[in-house]
Write a protein that binds this ligand. Structure first.
Ligand code: NDP
Length: 397
């Protein structure tokens, strides 16, 4: 029996509380708090049965967070607001003595740069307080990190080459839309590419390296090497890795729109003056783009995300591919959101369950691959994200 406070009422928050509400033995009391309370109320009403309490909170404001946490007294705070709020929510957790979980690493608003260093710097504070901070518990980071830990534990003596492959083969019928928060998404995909090789980071121009990869039940899709945050913790936690890369599929139409957005300055994060008012172009762009949370209704097709790994087992080279395919239609039917929110929200709920059941409970700041992967993998199969393993296959990479 435990109480959980979820912060952020977007697409991911919707899935997280839907899933938690269905498990009253684990999540006996749920509160959903966000900047706009009406969004929390709408989600609570959809779920019904008075399962979800709601509240307004500005998660940039530590005293406000502290007041809310002290009044509800949760056992865990789940942060599915934006990466900008990670540190303020961690500060509030430390002040109130509550553990913390999130799905994306901290990013300063005025610099498009995400790194774990800011959150890893909280290590001693969480350890000394006897609290757990679980970092990166969505799909990628999250499930991809647990997939890697599971492979290293069960199928290899040493893992050497890791390629995380993320395909969204869905079609939402819009000319251009992002699958999660447009500001965070565009900042992520327009930055330089970066991967780990022989003990150092190698940099590429944005989308410079690409090739078609075959995805199960989907077929070939052009896949682009981009930098993704889990690479930073995985190369630290699996030092046998000689190379670690991340690939994501993009359609030509999406890339063309993205290029235009960048070329005309709409991806900018510095304020520009318009009619005497300072406006941040990418924030204005977010306001005119489709809301990712509303894409679900007409979204058709699949996502396929997995890890392709090469390494050594019993002195012989071995290859291994573990992945999940998720249907946008199925995700919408169950939670009213598309598969990108679903594949993030389900693992986030499972991570919270792991903590509340005492399975993933260790003082300090930990990335998900540092915990035992087995119970988490079991729950993925039960809660809508079944995974498939293939041994000794052509990895194409
Ligand atoms: P949305 O933009 O749909 O939702 C974000 C929510 O946070 C909104 O309800 C927003 O409020 C709220 N919020 C923003 N700022 C504040 C604030 N200062 N105080 C309180 N609430 C605030 O995003 P998503 O649901 O798509 O994504 C949520 C998180 O999940 C992001 O951090 C994203 O990076 C992460 N993510 C992780 C993935 C993974 O696999 N690991 C994949 C996809 C996303 P309002 O409604 O008022 O705007």
């Amino acid at each position: 029996m435990s109480k959980v406070l979820v912060i952020g009422a977007g697409g991911v928050g919707t899935v997280v509380v839907h899933k938690m509400a269905g498990l009253p033995d684990v999540f006996s009391e749920i509160m959903l708090a966000s900047r706009t309370k009406s969004k929390c109320d709408d989600i609570a009403a959809q779920i019904g049965g008075n399962r979800v309490k709601t509240a307004q909170v500005d998660a940039d404001n530590v005293p406000e967070l502290v007041e809310l946490i002290n009044s509800f007294k949760p056992d865990l705070v789940v942060n599915v607001a934006l990466p900008y709020q990670d540190l303020t929510i961690m500060d509030a957790c430390l002040e109130t003595g509550v553990s913390y979980l999130d799905t994306a690493n901290y990013e300063p608003k005025d610099e498009a740069k995400f790194e774990y260093k800011w959150q890893w710097a909280y290590q001693e504070k969480f350890k000394n307080a006897g609290l757990t901070a679980i970092l990166g518990c969505g799909f990628d980071p999250g499930v991809t990190s647990v997939f890697t830990a599971y492979a290293a534990k069960h199928h290899f003596d040493e893992i050497h080459y890791l390629d995380i492959v993320d395909c969204n083969a869905g079609d939402h019928g819009k000319a251009f839309a992002t699958n999660f928060n447009p500001e965070i998404n565009i900042r992520e995909v327009t930055q330089k590419g970066k991967y780990w090789e022989n003990g150092q980071w190698v940099y590429t121009e944005p989308h410079e390296i690409h090739k078609p990869l075959n995805y199960p039940e989907i077929g070939p899709k052009e896949s682009y090497l981009i930098y993704h945050e889990e690479l930073e913790s995985l190369v630290k936690n699996f030092p046998t890795l000689k190379r670690a890369r991340f690939w994501m599929t993009f359609g030509q139409e999406y890339l063309t729109h993205l290029r235009v957005i960048q070329n005309i300055g709409m991806a900018g994060i510095e304020p520009v003056m318009y009619n005497g008012v300072g406006i941040v172009p990418i924030q204005f762009l977010k306001a005119v783009l489709p809301n990712p949370g509303d894409l679900g209704e007409n979204y058709k097709g699949w996502t396929s995300i997995g890890c392709r790994i090469r390494g050594i087992k019993d002195g012989k080279e071995k290859t291994y591919y573990v992945y999940n395919n998720c249907s946008h239609e199925m995700a919408y039917k169950e939670t009213g959101t598309q598969a990108v929110s679903y594949t993030t929200g389900v693992p986030c709920m499972i991570g919270a369950m792991m903590y509340l059941q005492g399975i993933w409970k260790q003082p300090g700041v930990l990335n998900v691959e540092e915990f035992n992967p087995d119970p988490f993998m079991e729950q993925l199969n039960i809660h809508g994200l079944p995974w498939v393993e293939k041994h000794d296959v052509d990895l194409e990479l």
